[in-house]
Unconditional design. Sequence first.
Length: 275
Amino acid sequence: MPCKIYAHVEVEGRPCFALPIQVGRPEETQFGTLKDALLREYSERFPDEGGIDYESHCFWNQDSCPIPDGSSVALFSSEHNDFFLRSLPCSGATSGALRDSREKRGELSYYYAHDRQRQSLISKPQVQAAAAAASALPERVPVKAPPLSTALQYNAKQSPFGTDIAGYESVTTYTWEDNDGDFVKVLVPFEGVGKLLPERVRSNFGVRSFELLVEGLGGKNLRFACYKTHGEMKPEECKHVVRANRVNLVLRKAKDKEHWFDLFKKRAIGDDDDP
């Protein structure tokens, strides 16, 4: 079944860029093919930046897990449709995440499928399969970014609050706690954030989503977001609190004393509530 994904470039020192791609046969199309198309389009859009090395980067999903080039789009598009091109993980950098992921999800673990001993992250893009996938579309849609007027119509999963995420770098480091009370607390580290003007730190809350925006910190705009929380919230009672070197998000649960097993919604067996 055809699907639409959003490929993002998040490479340090490079302009951020998002490319909507219609995939005709996601079960036959590999991420290496999408990466190749994204890099070609990026080079055309930013000719003065120089190309991004294919061999040194891979896609990561919203759970901050690297995706091998040889993986099919269908394997991941059922849970997410935003994927981020970033540098390859450093050797041993994901060992803790690998261990935690296996303990929690076993054979369903993203890292189980992505263990470098089982499958290399980098492989050559498809040629024939990519052409077949494109020809299978209901109407031919080249892998090109839309005109500027439509490029600014952002996918709701990118930001349910209408934020242009192209102007922000994603933050993935955080800790959280749920003491089975009425609130969930999320602690996001930002070195020196307490020195910013109050208006430089903003937050948006929905019933099942939130985002934290920090602007002008070290010359960067930073964004931490959750697209679907484990449980529902009361947005009007949620808030952020700025400390010297971190921002605390205080999330008010819609159901008092409800236990959250995770901050981000995860798919459970027999669960019809999609992440």
